[in-house]
Write a protein that binds this ligand. Structure first.
Ligand code: PRP
Ligand code: URA
Length: 208
């Protein structure tokens, strides 16, 4: 299931991050800001426990998050979303999956994997700005589940129906949250209209 975070504050920032004239410094800032809002929605269903807190006046019935949170950026572009989610949940642990899309085959190639043990029993949040064909996300979910993760959500900035369908078919239990669900993929398997190559735009390795 994919949930679109259709809030005006998110959509306003999305309009700026998509703009071809937005440079890497502003692109990074916007990726952080958008991620914080989308993750806020994605964590809506996280387990909480009821506790009592003594205010200066009286006991207050409160709730605290009651699961180990593990954020898993897909290298490299997922790193551009890490700061935003850690501002929201500063005590989260961080695991990494290194994947790149082979330019010829468009298939994901895994080059790194390192997870904290809390992926077992905890809640994992996979972050990657672009969920295009869905191949990279499915590969990351396969790696996480093979290592014992059960409760996983995916947070991206832009996705498209093809990518959502691939993830849903392979991992129907995993919810996807996005700031945009765009029209389609082009012949290079880029999201249209999308925002271009997220890794290049985040890290200044392109012309913009
Ligand atoms: C991009 C993006 C995703 C993947 C999406 O990464 O950050 O990981 O492509 O495509 P998919 O859904 O079709 O698999 P890329 O391979 O460009 O690597 P990078 O993050 O190192 O730039
Ligand atoms: N990777 C990106 O960075 N952008 C796309 O549109 C597709 C894959």
């Amino acid at each position: 299931m994919a949930t679109l975070v259709d809030h005006p504050c998110v959509q306003h920032k999305l309009a700026i991050i998509r703009d071809v004239e937005t440079g890497h410094k502003r692109f990074r800032e916007l990726a952080t800001e958008i991620t914080k809002f989308v993750c806020y929605e994605a964590l809506k269903h996280v387990r909480t426990k009821e506790i009592t807190v003594e205010t200066p006046v009286a006991p207050a019935a409160c709730r605290k998050i009651d699961t180990d949170l593990v954020v898993v950026p897909i290298l490299r572009a997922g790193v551009g979303m890490l700061e935003g989610i850690l501002e929201l949940v500063p005590t989260a642990r961080v695991g990494f999956v290194g994947l790149y899309r082979d330019e010829e085959t468009k298939q994901p190639v895994t080059y790194y994997e390192r997870f904290p043990p809390q992926i077992r029993g905890g809640t994992c949040i996979v972050i990657d700005p672009m969920l295009a064909t869905g191949g990279s996300t499915v590969a990351a979910l396969d790696l996480l589940k093979n290592s014992g993760a059960e409760d996983i959500v995916v947070v991206c900035i832009v996705t498209c129906p093809e990518g959502v369908e691939l993830v849903e078919a392979a991992h129907p239990d995993v919810r996807i949250y996005a700031a945009a669900i765009d029209d389609r993929l082009n012949e290079k398997k880029y999201i249209v209209p999308g925002l271009g190559d997220a890794g290049d735009r985040l890290f200044g390795t392109s012309h913009h």
